[in-house]
Design a protein around this ligand. Structure first.
Ligand SMILES: Cc1ncc(COP(=O)(O)O)c(C=O)c1O
Length: 476
């Protein structure tokens, strides 16, 4: 299509990037841009329309976050193929980003929807550095990179992880204790197969990370929901409810999804329970890097004197989830048992990727990236919380109350008692907004519902405001 048709009018009051965004949406709706079409690069569109690159970038980010466009790395950016059924309908003036039939799950593979949880800021990933390191490894691949890998993972990466954990999380471990896994699921699988039997009972935080719950249930585990309060997992209630438990799965740095840290007295209680019962504690330290007030407590594992904690970390939030890489740190005494089991499981991501992550860490890019992301997320979090507070002030019928959290990459907004959060989340999802209901993270209905929202891919206050307005319209 003729690029000049996309040109914003400088005389208009609407910001240029929003005008550009609307032109793209109209072009998609009218079929001038078709699903699967490649859109011009930021640089070429900026030069064709005589706009600043930042303006085009903002418009593209918004279109990507709404699901109209899909970035595919060096191949370019494309109109989302799944929009086909929508643009075919001439009677619909503005397409919804995702067909309704696909919206029952808040996660649509290959897409970034507004409010999507669990994703880092994909626009801020240092692609050039990553591509350079990856290319260097691909070019210089030696025999060690081509043969069957060590089942515990790439030696350099295990070394880099051990050093990082020592500095950042107070964990003293040897590289031999580190097992590279296919994300958190890979770590859970390794633990289940090495230490647990189907039918074993475990304490699971209530509310707690819904995907880990589903994974463990499918692996045949019985899960006892143990409530969390302001100090995190209520250990005494766990003892009362399921004294026979053989394991506990916890998120001590930043409880998922409520956001509090497990207090020191509770940490000590939990470790003492594990020692006495010879039980295992799985510590899921999925996003401790992102904290906006004060310093995080060191990992629970750093207090473990009896080898009961299995510490799990993931590269999904700190790099990107498409990598499918995480790690498990096991007590010294269990290395041989874990190695034996790891040999018979599919290994984690290709050596080439593992070696690239190792370089990324060793050369200081990782620490730099984390520092940048911490301040970026503090900013984007404030965009969303301000937009929510503003709308909440305007809308008397529907009040959302933000749950204070010291860190993390999502926000929890509590609904008034009696408001059905699952119905709210379903209404939002049919409009292409990927909020999730707190009830879906619980085994028993919570006293007060809430909505979980991601903010990492909201690049500006205006985008946050627009998305919050869309959310309110959907909820009403
Ligand atoms: C609570 C929690 N634990 C762990 C993870 C990491 O999972 P994975 O490594 O499979 O991406 C996530 C990701 O969203 C999470 O929210």
């Amino acid at each position: 299509m003729d690029l000049q048709q996309l040109a914003p009018l400088r005389a208009q009051q609407t910001p240029l990037y929003l005008q550009l965004h609307h032109r793209f949406r109209d072009a998609i709706a009218s079929g001038k841009l078709r699903p699967g079409d490649r859109v011009p690069s930021v640089r070429s569109l900026a030069s064709a329309l005589q706009l600043a690159r930042g303006t085009v970038e903002l418009a593209y980010q918004l279109l990507v976050s709404e699901g109209y466009l899909q970035p595919r790395g060096p191949a370019g950016t494309f109109v989302t193929p799944r929009l086909a059924s929508l643009t075919a309908s001439a009677s619909r003036p503005t397409p919804q980003p995702v067909p309704q039939a696909q919206m029952h799950s808040p996660i649509v593979p290959g897409q970034v929807l507004p409010f999507q949880l669990g994703l880092p800021a994909l626009d801020a990933f240092p692609r050039k550095t990553w591509a350079r390191l990856l290319a260097r490894h691909a070019r210089g691949m030696d025999l060690a990179g081509m043969v069957y890998p060590d089942p515990a993972g790439h030696a350099g990466l295990r070394q880099a992880i051990a050093s990082y954990l020592g500095i950042a999380r107070g964990i003293v471990c040897a590289p031999e204790q580190v097992f590279v896994t296919a994300g958190y699921y890979g770590a859970l699988e390794l633990v289940c197969r090495t230490l647990l039997q189907p039918g074993d009972c475990g304490w699971f935080e209530e509310p707690g990370y819904r995907f880990a719950r589903q994974f463990l249930l499918r692996a045949g585990m019985q899960l006892a929901p143990v409530p969390v309060d302001a100090e995190g997992l209520h250990v005494a209630q766990g003892l009362q409810q399921a004294p026979q438990a053989r394991f506990a799965v916890v998120t001590p740095s930043h409880q998922s999804p409520m956001g509090m840290a497990l207090s020191l007295p509770r940490r000590l209680e939990l470790l003492e329970w594990a020692r006495q019962r010879q039980a295992w504690i799985v510590e899921d330290d999925y996003d401790s890097e992102f904290r906006y007030h004060g310093r995080p407590l060191p990992a629970l594992q750093s207090l473990d004197r009896h080898g009961r904690v299995l510490y799990s970390g993931s590269f999904s939030k700190v790099l990107f989830p498409g990598l499918r890489l995480g790690y498990l740190v096991v007590p010294h005494t269990l290395i041989a048992r874990f190695r034996e089991v790891a040999q018979h499981l599919p290994s984690a991501g290709a050596l080439l990727l593992q070696a690239t992550v190792a370089d990324f860490m060793e050369q200081g890019h990782f620490a730099r990236h984390l520092r940048k992301m911490r301040s970026l997320y503090a900013q984007r979090r404030s965009y969303l919380s301000h937009a929510l507070a503003q709308q909440s002030g305007l809308q008397q019928q529907l009040q959302l109350h933000l749950q204070p959290q010291a860190g993390g990459i999502q926000l929890l907004a509590r609904l008034e008692p009696g408001v059905d959060d699952q119905a709210c989340a379903a209404a939002a999802q049919t409009q292409g907004l990927a909020v999730q209901a707190l009830s879906d993270w619980c085994q028993c209905p919570p006293a007060q519902g809430g909505l979980l929202m991601g903010f990492t891919n909201m690049p500006t206050p205006q985008v946050a405001q627009e998305q919050v307005q869309r959310l309110y319209r959907a909820l009403q």
